[in-house]
Ligand binder design. Structure first.
Ligand SMILES: Nc1ncnc2c1ncn2[C@@H]1O[C@H](COP(=O)(O)OP(=O)(O)OP(=O)(O)O)[C@@H](O)[C@H]1O
Ligand SMILES: [Mg+2]
Length: 356
């Protein structure tokens, strides 16, 4: 094919394409096609005066650099949902995939963009709608559960076992749905950054004793031991007590759920330099190695046939991770299938004071 024909393909390609010189400061643009001009609103002459750094806002420069480096090492080739400032100040979102062409002294970046602004807007719309539906479902559900609970208390002495069972079933299932709506609402609030941490100083001994008291009933019911190991002088924890409670409830709740009768759970608090480390260790079924990477994703569950009786939505760990990260901490898992799991998380000694 002749040069003019290649040029024609470049110029009329359905996606925005640019070529930049990565040896030049700001990643100077040296060619752009028609779609690139349409996307940004700049003329060719204007774009060739600019660098990539001018198109992407400062917050994205790190990602852009990583994409370039990754491509050289053959790792990352694509970055998603990067904002671009158009000439008229409007922001559009793009996925960027790059190729590096090395030639003599030159190092050219060949990039193809895909405009995902509309897709993002639709996602947002869908998520807002879902949020509204879930939110509006919770009220009537609470009423149903309250009604079932009241009936159960008023009638339990007089109705027959058949009716008792029905009332119990109504109550239990309404609670399952309320828990689910609460989890989904929590998740969308955290994801949208619509919450603030209310950081307090917490004495770990008293705080954990209180949490364990609630959990002990569940554990004893399954004949599982539950204990805490604290250092002699436990450090004060600075965290949002309600959010931390939610994190422990999920981690200990999981440990109880996935540990067979006769097993044990241990919670350890260890002060480290600049942060406090917490560990919830169980002697349960463990997690296969390939699942360990995705376990903190939303709705991630892996259930073998014999686990089918275990209930849950697969949201607990995703929520816990977001809450821990909002504090400036990290969470990870160590597990040996068949032997047990350890969920370890850290909280900085001086956590973030606002939302994530
Ligand atoms: N301690 C554990 N031992 C073994 N598997 C675990 C443990 N904790 C979590 N898992 C696995 O990770 C999955 C996701 O956990 P997560 O807490 O997010 O959801 P869930 O407990 O199934 O439901 P939910 O917390 O929303 O009620 C679980 O379904 C289970 O397969
Ligand atoms: Mg859970």
């Amino acid at each position: 094919m002749r040069f003019e024909e290649y040029r024609q393909i470049f110029e009329t390609a359905p996606d925005p394409i640019f070529i930049a010189d990565s040896m030049q400061p700001k990643g100077c643009l040296i060619d752009v096609n028609q779609k690139m001009r349409a996307l940004t609103g700049y003329t060719k002459e204007e774009l060739l005066e600019m660098g990539l750094a001018d198109l992407f806002p400062k917050e994205s420069h790190d990602t852009i650099r990583k994409v370039f480096k990754g491509q050289v090492r053959g790792e990352i080739k694509e970055a998603q949902d990067l904002p671009i400032c158009k000439k008229n100040g409007e922001i559009v979102y793009v996925n960027v995939s790059v190729n590096i062409i090395e030639r003599d002294e030159e190092r050219l970046v060949f990039g193809i963009l895909r405009d995902v602004t509309e897709k993002r807007q639709l996602e947002e719309l869908r998520s807002d709608f879902l949020h509204m539906v879930i939110h509006d479902t919770r009220g009537p559900l609470c009423t149903i559960q309250l009604a079932a609970d009241t009936l159960w208390h008023q009638l339990k002495e007089i109705v027959g076992s058949e009716h008792k069972k029905i009332l119990e079933m109504m109550n239990k299932n309404a609670q399952v749905l309320i828990d689910l709506t609460n989890d989904l609402l929590d998740l969308s609030k955290i994801e949208a950054g619509m919450f603030k941490l209310d950081i307090k100083k917490i004495k770990p001994k008293e705080y954990l004793d209180e949490i364990l008291e609630e959990m002990l009933l569940l554990a004893e019911h399954k004949n599982i031991s539950l204990d805490i190991s604290l250092p002699e002088k436990p450090p004060l924890i600075k965290a949002d007590p309600l959010k931390l409670h939610q994190i422990f409830n999920n981690l200990i709740g999981n440990a109880i759920k996935f540990t067979p009768a006769g097993g044990g759970i241990r919670i350890t608090v260890t002060p480290k330099k600049g942060f406090v480390q917490f560990e919830v260790q169980d002697t349960g079924c463990g997690i296969p190695r390939k699942e360990q990477k995705t376990i903190f994703n939303k709705y991630h569950q892996f259930l073998t046939k014999k686990d089918k009786a275990i209930k849950g939505t697969g949201l607990g760990l995703a929520i816990s991770k977001l809450l821990i990260e909002a504090h400036g901490g990290k969470i990870w898992v160590k597990s040996v299938p068949g032997k047990g799991s350890s969920f370890i998380f850290t909280l900085p000694k001086e956590p973030a004071l606002t939302n994530s």
